[in-house]
Design a protein around this ligand. Structure first.
Ligand SMILES: N[C@@H](CCC(=O)N[C@@H](CS)C(=O)NCC(=O)O)C(=O)O
Length: 232
């Protein structure tokens, strides 16, 4: 059995999608990062980075419990366990890996910064907002070019590169990105959204409750490492 430590963010959505796609049994534990649950000693033992997602597999390597953090590593771990969504052909495997890394190192973190500067940083932050809006727009263009000539991000098959990118590329409302000029991303989002496993995953995400809209100023400061939580 897999225990998934989760809230509702795109990095967590990837893992719900992968678990549903692989039909692996799992329990969900809510870690409300807007309440500070990520900082408890119990959760810090599971993920010293104090972030969701994380999983604990009771049947890990050697039949022993095993913990995995970082959504990209979790996707690779689950793909290995289920034997799915990773191409066997070497070239295709490395195409998939490169685009998984593009998502993990670029699309995810840069989009996260864009959301931060547009929703949470407060007034007077135009430099940060403009910088990340530009970077994310360029990344959306890059994915659109890529999807213009192939069915999926890595090639002909649906792989981890799609599962990792989907929650971010569909997130256009929050990011303030226009898909009208990215028809290939739009068609790909629609295609992935129509998968049964993705529908099941997103329905599960929708049931998770958070205090996000009523988070205290102190909880927000701690989450964002600002105010009395800032480090020199
Ligand atoms: N690189 C990590 C990012 C995880 C991440 O940033 N999680 C956020 C939610 S999207 C979180 O738990 N933030 C709480 C905090 O930073 O205190 C991954 O892909 O798993």
């Amino acid at each position: 059995m897999i225990d998934l430590y989760a809230l509702t963010s795109p990095n967590v959505q990837k893992i719900f999608i992968m678990l549903e796609e692989c039909e692996l049994p799992y329990n969900t534990h809510t870690v409300d990062v807007w309440k500070g649950d990520q900082f408890t000693p119990e959760f810090t033992k599971i993920n010293p980075l104090q972030k969701v997602p994380a999983i604990v597999d009771s049947d890990g390597p050697g039949g022993k419990p095993y913990t995995v953090i970082e959504s990209g590593a979790i996707l690779l771990y689950l793909a290995d366990k289920a034997g799915k969504f990773v191409p066997k052909d070497k070239k295709q495997y490395f195409d998939m890996m490169q685009w998984l890394m593009v998502q993990m190192a670029n699309l995810g973190p840069m989009s996260g910064q864009l959301v931060h500067f547009s929703k949470f940083a407060g007034p007077g932050q135009e430099y940060g907002h403009s910088r990340y809006r530009t970077v994310v727009n360029k990344l959306f263009d890059l994915y659109d070019q890529r999807l213009a000539s192939r069915a999926y991000v890595a090639g002909d098959d649906y792989t981890l590169a799609d599962i990792a990118a989907f929650p971010w590329l569909r997130n256009v409302g929050l990011l303030g990105i226009d898909l009208a000029t990215r028809p290939h991303v739009k068609a790909w989002v629609d295609k992935i959204e129509a998968r049964d496993a993705v529908k099941r995953a997103m329905a599960k995400v929708a049931t998770i409750k958070s205090v996000r809209d009523n988070a205290t100023d102190d909880a927000k400061d701690r989450y964002f490492g600002r105010g009395k939580y800032a480090r020199a």
